[in-house]
Write a new protein. Sequence first.
Length: 475
Amino acid sequence: MKHATGRWSLVLSVTLVAGAFGSGNLMATAAATSCDKAPTGVSVSDEWLSFAVPAGLMPDPKFDGRTAKIQVHRVKPVYARGKCAGTPNRAAVLVHGSRVSGTPSFDLRHNAPGGGTLSTQQALALAGIDTFAPSLLGYGRSTRFADGLDDPGNASLRPYNADGSCSHLEGCDRAHLPIFPLDQQGTLLLTNPLDGQRSAHSTGTRFARTDVFVRDIRQVVNYAIAHAKPSDRKVTLIGWSFGANYVAATLHANPAFSKKVNRVVFHSSGFDTPTQEVVPADGFTSFPTNLATRDSIVSGPTMPPGRAAVCTGHRIPGTQEQLWNQMMQEDSLGSTWGAGTAGLHRSPTFSLYGWNSEVAAELTTPSLIIHGTDDTVAKPEWGPAIYNSLAAPNKVLVQVQCGSHLLHLAGCSGDRCTPESGTPYGGRPGEPWAGPYSTYQAALTEWINNGTFAATTRGHFVVNESGVANPSSAR
């Protein structure tokens, strides 16, 4: 346990889980030896990395020098009789996107039909991989600051007039990204906790920039290497949604640091952001707090018109509700806000940059790109664009049909799940496909362990609506 600035601090609750989520079929039967080659269970803990905010890192300089902490949700394999000598240590750091923090993103506590788990971390740990899912600064149980996201007056106000003037005493707002709605104070907070009166901001700018999250990722990578002790002294970096943008920026910003990363996964990745931070014509977002309602999480994201009917069983019952429940467990203050009892989820506003074809052309880390063809959040064409732009000699693009932005939580039901020929990737011969989530878990496991997908280090595959992975003829 270390206490100096920029070091880790305290390990909180540790829970031993054996056969978690009905996944006993994934654990090898203990052989009559004095050690275990395969995990017999997993250990779950929340660990905290403390640091002092470097001067100039955050958009609002009032946070300079403040003490902050990052929550890291760790799920690691357990070997009841000890790990057999020669069994390698593997580690992965999983980075969440713009709204959902690390724990609900990657350790969703919900069973899949047929007994599998929708927890990516549980599945990887049961495959012998030590996993670390941080909640970046401003997310989950990581620091939000009392005069930052904890202040309800830092949610958005009404917009400026067309001529740039403001007609309201408390002030007006602008948002340079459409994912940050205006006047959330008026639409969501007036009844509770603002008591009928909009409030001026105590911070009048975006909460973070990509560099903030890059610093977080570096700290977590160093922590993971020190504690998981991977055999090659490196981790696999996995980024989902905007988290993939942060992962790319982390690798690009410091080539020396990228040597600590053996492989990377870009999952449902955004793309085409500026190489460096660029001031928008109208200025950056002028408030730090973004809010999400239960309905927005439970109802979305949607699939393209007509595709939900084709992709039977895509949405596993109860997953979105469980996602929201875990988001609220990670946000004890936001869970008390709003007019009803459902609560509101808080996340930071930010500026986004560092991921485009120019950046990709300088990245040589072996890369797996996995993207749903039915993703309505991250454009499906971004997957091939990333693949074609990357300089990495070892790179694989996997496009998953019936995969949405939440492909790692998506299932399959009905006749389409039983292929006419072939075996679903991540499935068993003669058995129906469990859905995109099972392909995702199997792809990550193979990539982390071997740097391959379907036993190849380079190529383009399409996973069809029955889960069978076929090489693509597309160029």
